[in-house]
Write a protein of this length. Structure first.
Lengths: 594, 117
């Protein structure tokens, strides 16, 4: 690896013009280009932020292609997609970790990221190499067996990022010989997966207007699909398809209609112009029907809907899209005219469910609004919703899937009605669930925390938060918040078991075929649960609170489970739990003893 | 309001009275203006920036009387109107529905709420 470990060494390398990529903050380095910095120009020493690799690495698996992506559900040696597979099950076929031996898991290796704030990564594994992204958009390529670092890139951020919810990133995608990372300043960067050199870089949108990108791109065919965040800034949400090879934009799907387009009638006046509806989580893809599914977040402003009367399409919706054109086929809106920030973008699972003795191709989702939805994935038809959060006060759901809102739940200037769930959910798009198709159970990490919603006069100022109010965290202040990971029967929507935790559960989940579910908690423990019963099998204190998405893979003849540790109080404070949130950014990789 | 805080407000008014009258004084005496000032704060300033309770957000908590950029009415007005360079606090002059009057209502609400903490 071409890198230096001290600032002194870095400065020396710069002075002699070595092959170290050295560029000022905010500029993309030309991959493999020797620095042209002169001694005169070198003061002060530039920031070293890119360490490339020139060794032979990997097992020679070659470019990752569609066949690799389609075989994800059955290939134990890779973890290519945020959802584990196109159906988003996050279910590993590996069966040698079982309820009988999970308690003997040990640390195989660990890796410090050197970053703080939420460490929300879902590591990506291919060709014996693990790709790990961190807060602030560092990306590391590591040996999946030993943790040896191969290459590293620290994205240089502008100092005036416009973020609602932390400096997070949830992982990198692999396509061909490229690995792709979206950034907080709304870029998409493609690296050579073996050398770390930058192949191309695209700007998705102007970060200064409130745009950012935090999710793992979804690779479909020869495209990378990536959505944008910014629902707290009154942006016009969208998700894009980029040609993986060239970085050229294939299509853009706006999630809020433009003037004259159908759907503007669901926005009072011209409120659609600042309508939000971001698309900040990863979607799903059905290769059988060739339909791409994406979900959207809240309308803007978040907590005052007075100026945007109407359903506010296509906020808080599931969108079915033609992946070749970006054309919308149908939609289903979970929370019309949202005034609580109930983003409709929690993880969607593509699965078959039983109805009247027949299997129906469905989508199930534990929505942030407290209900577990089942939809027909061919048509978007509503098939049912059940309550999976223990406390739901804002609405019931009618036979058509439309909420019947309790008027007391609407934000007012002096609120005194306890609205459940709070603005973070329920489940939340910042963390994943998992689904065991053999057991027919979906595993949903859940926040139990209620709030008062207060509204106020709101002014739109481009690039500034456009909120319209605030949630008053009554449960946090009284210590009444808690959490659980719930196992939900995908056929009936009933809760089979709950694993309870004193604090809101905000880490992702991993299901394994051996009958074990992995997750983590706010206290910084990695947890292994019996997939059938919820019994706690094993825990390990990693230190930092857990906000990452666990993954499993086999390499070198062994099974590994990777979980990141690292949290931050800012967003966690909305949900509650310990004030002294353990921070830190550290990846732990566990295995069974030889 | 406690006696101590009443005195603080009184002293602040006296100090302000040594120079040109602050437009915030008029709004402090007007309950409707104070209500609008609070509503502007809740709807536009709070949420993900300046919280109504102390926490560790990037944007400072404004009710602890620890003024980072000056605590006179005029200095607070200028911070809101002109923004704080190098931060995401951009100028709000001309951005609020009722212009400078709304900024002065915010000044009146923030200073009064701070004095009551």
């Amino acid at each position: 690896m071409r890198y230096s470990v001290t600032a002194v060494t870095a400065a020396l390398l710069t002075l002699v013009g070595c092959e170290q990529a050295t560029v000022p903050q905010g500029e993309a380095p030309a991959a493999g280009t020797p620095s042209e910095t002169t001694a005169v120009e070198a003061a002060p020493a530039p920031v070293i932020h890119h360490w490339t690799n020139d060794k032979e690495i990997g097992r020679g698996d070659g470019p990752a292609n569609t066949e690799h992506l389609l075989s994800a559900p059955s290939d134990p040696e890779q973890w290519l997609l945020y959802g584990g597979d196109y159906a988003n099950h996050r279910h590993s076929p590996i069966d040698d970790i079982t309820p009988d031996n999970a308690s003997s898991l040990k640390v195989a290796w660990a890796f410090p990221t050197g970053t703080s704030q939420q460490f929300e990564v879902s590591p990506t594994v291919y060709d014996g190499i693990m790709y790990v992204t961190t807060s602030y958009n560092r990306i590391f390529a590591l040996d999946a067996v030993t943790g040896e670092i191969y290459w590293r890139y620290d994205h240089q951020q502008p100092d005036d990022l416009r973020l609602c919810c932390g400096t997070v990133n949830r992982g990198a995608a692999i396509a061909g010989d490229l690995v792709l990372m979206a950034t907080l300043d709304a870029k998409l960067i493609a690296f050579n997966r073996l050398t770390g050199e930058i192949a191309w870089e695209k700007t998705l949108a102007d970060y200064a207007k409130g745009f950012s990108a935090t999710s793992m791109p979804l690779i479909v065919k020869d495209m990378a699909i990536i959505g944008i965040a910014g629902g707290e800034f009154g942006v016009r949400g969208f998700f894009d398809a980029y040609d993986v090879a060239t970085g050229e934009l294939r299509w853009r799907h706006y999630t809020v209609p433009a003037e004259g387009e159908p759907g503007t009638e669901t926005w009072a006046g011209d409120s659609y112009k600042t309508g939000g509806a971001p698309a900040w989580t990863s979607g799903a893809y059905d290769p059988e029907t060739d339909i791409l599914y994406w979900t959207t977040g809240n309308p803007s402003p978040d907590w005052n809907g007075d100026l945007r009367a109407g359903d506010n399409l296509y906020s808080n919706s599931l969108l079915a899209v033609d992946p070749d054109t970006g054309e919308r086929l149908w939609h289903f809106q979970f929370t019309p005219h949202d005034v609580w920030d109930y983003d409709g973008n929690t993880q969607i699972f593509l699965t078959d469910v039983q109805r009247d003795g027949e299997a129906v191709k469905a989508i199930v989702q534990a929505n942030r609004n407290g209900y577990f939805y089942t939809l027909d994935r061919a048509t978007g038809a509503f098939m049912g919703a059940t309550q999976y959060v223990e406390q739901v006060t804002w609405a019931t759901i009618d036979e058509n899937g439309r909420p019947v809102v309790d008027p007391r739940a609407n934000p007012v200037e002096e609120p005194d009605f306890r609205v459940c769930p709070g603005n973070l959910g329920g489940m939340n798009g910042a963390f994943s669930g998992a689904l065991n198709p053999d057991l027919g159970l979906a595993y949903i990490p859940t926040i139990e925390s209620c709030q008062y919603f207060q509204k106020g006069i709101v002014a739109f100022v481009e690039g500034q938060p456009f909120m319209g109010g605030l949630p008053i965290i009554v449960d946090v202040m009284s210590g009444a918040d808690y959490g659980h990971l719930s196992a939900i029967d995908i056929h009936t929507g009933e809760v089979r078991w709950r694993f309870r935790d004193p604090e809101p559960m905000m880490a992702g989940a991993l299901s394994m075929a051996g009958g074990v579910v992995f997750t983590g908690n706010r206290d910084g423990f990695a947890l292994a649960l019996d997939a059938a019963t919820g019994e706690l099998l094993w825990k390990f204190r990693m230190g930092g609170g857990v906000r990452s998405q666990p993954v499993a893979y086999r390499a070198g003849g062994k099974t590994y489970v990777a979980i990141g540790s690292g949290n931050d109080l800012t967003i966690a404070g909305f949900a509650g739990g310990s004030v002294a949130v353990p921070e830190g950014g550290h990846l732990f990789v566990f295995s069974l003893p030889d | 309001m406690t006696i101590r805080n009443t005195l603080l407000v009184a002293v602040a008014i006296l100090v302000a009275g040594c120079g040109p009258a602050s437009p915030a004084d008029t709004f402090r005496a007007d309950p409707e203006a104070m209500k609008r000032g609070k509503s502007l704060f809740v709807g536009t300033c709070a949420g993900y920036c300046h919280n109504t309770v102390a926490d560790n957000r990037d944007a400072p908590y404004l009710f602890d009387r620890q003024w980072l950029h000056g605590g006179t009415d005029r200095e607070i007005f200028d911070s809101i109107a002109n923004g704080i360079p190098g931060t995401t606090m951009i100028p709000f002059k001309g951005k609020l529905p009722q212009g400078d009057d709304d900024i002065w209502r915010l000044v009146a609400y923030i200073t009064t709420a701070a004095a009551n903490q």
